[in-house]
Design a binder for this molecule. Structure first.
Ligand code: ATP
Ligand code: DNN
Ligand code: MG
Length: 247
């Protein structure tokens, strides 16, 4: 299948790991864009790990619910994520447990559908950047097909310098444009004194900007780490190089 990048602006939200806050950050960005009057779509190529509702017995996927809410539930959940699986495992492994396989073409077609629907598309990855997405491709391979600038979400705290730099290197090695790193204070239990120097330390080793430090339970627009200004996501997606830290 020929693959062409979408002709619309967007950001790919990737993580240094699972549970680092990709959905939390994706939904914060989507809410900001919607409040700025920008018709925004949200897409997750595949989602694994369902939750069963105690009353109805129905299954739901938290990421899909949250992404949908963030864009005011304007689109059917199948458009937000066309491929979902029950087991909390990497998608191809979860699919196999159900006797299914990830449909590689549908990953791309699901993204393509958004093109005429919205002005800006947020795409959330799955797990970390080297998480398997199909039987023979990784999340980073899908990101390389999509060619959206990437935002890396990293857990604030000890270990994040290494995780952030590894992730940036893996993305850049595949020719991807990394627009920024978001440090997310995902869990106060993990709080340690490194958090106050994480941004500065990461910045010593990469020209990719640490765009924001997101405090625990932060509910508002993400603020620029240094200026405390609100971040212009459309400008970042269109001109990521303007945000790069000059050496
Ligand atoms: N800044 C924050 N403050 C408080 N809770 C947070 C914050 N960021 C994330 N969380 C919580 O941490 C958990 C993991 O976040 P989230 O689901 O966004 O991770 P993820 O990277 O999208 O995971 P997955 O790989 O499953 O998609 C969620 O319960 C979320 O509500
Ligand atoms: C279930 C979880 N929340 C995600 N949806 C899937 C994360 C898969 C990670 C696989 C891995 O890198 O080991
Ligand atoms: Mg998520």
């Amino acid at each position: 299948m020929d693959v062409f990048p979408l002709y619309m602006p967007g950001l790919m939200i990737l993580g240094t790991d699972t549970d680092v806050g990709k959905t939390y950050i994706s939904t914060a960005i989507a809410r900001q864009l919607m409040s700025e009057g920008i018709a925004t779509g949200a897409y997750k190529p595949a989602c694994s790990g369902s939750i069963q509702d105690g009353d109805s017995g129905d299954y739901y996927w938290n990421d899909i619910e949250l992404l949908s809410e963030s864009i005011n539930q304007t689109f059917p959940s199948e458009r937000i994520c066309p491929q979902k699986f029950h087991a909390p495992l990497a998608p191809p492994v979860a699919a196999r447990k159900e006797g299914r396989q990830i449909d590689h073409d549908l990953l791309w077609q699901g993204a393509l559908w958004w093109q005429d629907q919205v002005e800006f598309l947020i795409v959330e990855g799955v797990g970390g950047v080297l998480c398997p997405l199909t039987e023979n491709t990784l999340v980073v391979d899908f990101a390389a097909e999509l060619k959206f600038p990437v935002l890396v979400v990293a857990r604030a705290g000890l270990g994040t310098i290494n995780h952030s730099l590894l992730t940036v290197e893996a993305l850049q090695n595949r020719g991807l444009c990394v627009a920024g790193i978001i440090l997310n204070d995902v869990d106060p239990e993990l709080s340690d004194e490194s958090r106050s120097s994480n941004a500065e330390q990461i910045q010593q080793w990469t020209t990719v900007p640490v765009l924001s430090f997101v405090p625990f339970e932060w509910q508002s627009n993400l603020l620029h780490h240094q200026t405390q200004d609100r971040i212009d996501w459309v400008q970042l997606a269109l001109h990521p190089s303007r945000f790069v830290i000059k050496e």
